[in-house]
Design a protein around this ligand. Structure first.
Ligand code: CTP
Length: 414
């Protein structure tokens, strides 16, 4: 399956701020997920990064001068404006922002910006006092309100001028996420989505616990994909080493009971709940207050059942409950067990995967799944990346039929 930006054309506009030195890293982030990248620089960007470096990483010559016959012969400025599926301006200086706000076309970059109808993502990066200047703020506000234009909020932190404050250009992964988001149809706009991810940990004593190998990658990919589609996303995550997904509200939990409490506190407000977490089915019946000292011979633990979060959700009133999507982690008879869980837990869809052997989904970046829904559709998918599985999950979830009970799934599937 294709990389997320396969076949997409990204025009990177670089203006003359210190953050321009990250230009090649941005290009690599974009080409790394399949994008074709062309770079246009302003004259002052040349002071911070060389056209040769950008040409080497983008595999395209870099545009600098509106009246350069050689460049114009390769790709005219209007052709470039039409070529772009999305424009990313990183960094966007106060000067570039001012020229854009006023529709000036006095160099190649601003001329292309006037001519393009592609979405334009603007990453302002400058000294904090410059950013806060009323003229700069007014210009940013003008662009914020302009159709097809989107401001990527600057980070706060240590700036090149040694001041600490807002004005830092976000790192390439954040800019890449903005590009992916701009190219993703907003099929979940206004919807509320709750995703659970990762393992749970059930304590034996203060220093020992029982857990499983779930990495959380699948759930994090599902949460990210929903946020890119415009949903308001809450991610309830067990212990994982993963960074916060961009644009997602993350709640960290440890045990199955913590996850139960967090999910129940948020369940009613949701349109969709996706339970990809590998929740422990048993926990030690009691947790020792102090570290257990080793003794000769065997040690026996008495375990008790945890509560099944998904089954509890499935038992909610059909009229008010969100769409429920579960996962089935199986080592054999995948389809048979997954169908059983779909029916028993009263789900709308289940995603079954293999968690044994070399093709185990646990911890892997790629896996194969089987989608089964209550409309009777069964579809194998993969092997593929967890990002592609997440995208397919949302495409399928949005085509589920309304529940007979009167649950308003037409609204849910807009
Ligand atoms: N699940 C849950 N709460 C639990 C256990 C599981 O919400 N205490 C959810 C999982 O998040 C997943 C689905 O139920 O979406 C199925 O989990 P899985 O571990 O595959 O199956 P179990 O229901 O635990 O059944 P079994 O152990 O018999 O396979």
């Amino acid at each position: 399956m294709n990389a997320p930006l396969e076949g997409k054309n990204v025009l990177l506009g670089i203006s003359g701020g210190i953050a321009a030195y990250k230009g090649p890293m941005i290009v690599r982030a974009l080409t790394g997920v399949g994008a074709q990248v062309r770079v246009v620089m302003t004259r002052s960007a040349n002071q911070f990064v060389t056209p040769l470096a950008l040409q080497a990483v983008s595999h395209n010559s870099v545009g600098q001068d509106l009246f350069d016959p050689a460049y114009e012969a390769q790709i005219g400025h209007i052709e470039l404006a039409r070529w772009a599926d999305v424009v990313l301006l990183a960094p966007a200086t106060a000067h570039l922002i001012a020229r854009m706000a006023h529709g000036m076309c006095d160099d190649l970059l601003t001329t292309v910006l006037c001519a393009t109808r592609a979405p334009v993502l603007i990453s302002p990066a400058m000294n904090t006092q410059m950013l806060l200047h009323p003229a700069v703020q007014a210009n940013i506000q003008t662009l914020r309100q302009r159709d097809g234009h989107h401001i990527i909020e600057p980070d706060s932190g240590q700036l090149a001028c040694n001041e600490v404050g807002a004005g830092r250009m976000p790192d390439p992964p954040v800019l890449l996420d903005a590009v992916l988001s701009a190219l993703t149809p907003k099929s979940l706009l206004g919807k509320r989505v709750l995703v659970t991810a990762g393992p749970t940990r059930e304590a034996i004593d203060p220093v020992r616990f029982i857990t499983n190998p779930s990495s959380g990658k699948m759930g994090f990919a599902i949460a990210t994909a929903a946020a890119r589609r415009g949903a308001h996303v809450t991610l309830i995550a067990g212990p994982t080493g993963l960074d916060d997904p961009i644009g997602v509200h993350r709640i960290n939990v440890t045990s199955a009971q913590d996850m139960f409490d967090a999910v129940m506190a948020h369940a009613k407000a949701q349109d969709f709940i996706v339970k990809s977490a590998a929740v422990a089915d048993w926990r030690p019946a009691s947790q020792a207050e102090h570290k257990l000292k080793k003794q000769p011979g065997q040690m026996h633990l008495t375990m008790e059942r945890t509560r099944d979060i998904l089954a509890t959700l499935g038992a909610m009133d059909d009229q008010t409950r969100p769409m429920l999507i579960g996962f089935a982690a199986e080592t054999r008879d995948i389809e048979h067990y997954a169908r059983g869980k779909l029916a028993r837990k009263n789900l709308d869809m289940i995603v079954a995967n293999q968690v044994k052997g070399p093709s185990s989904a646990f911890g892997a970046d790629r896996s194969s799944v089987l989608f089964i829904d209550r409309d009777g559709r069964t579809a194998p998918f993969g092997p593929n990346t967890k990002d592609e599985i997440a995208a397919t999950l949302w495409s399928r979830a949005l085509t589920l039929s309304p529940r007979d009970s009167g649950h308003d799934a037409t609204d849910k599937a807009t």
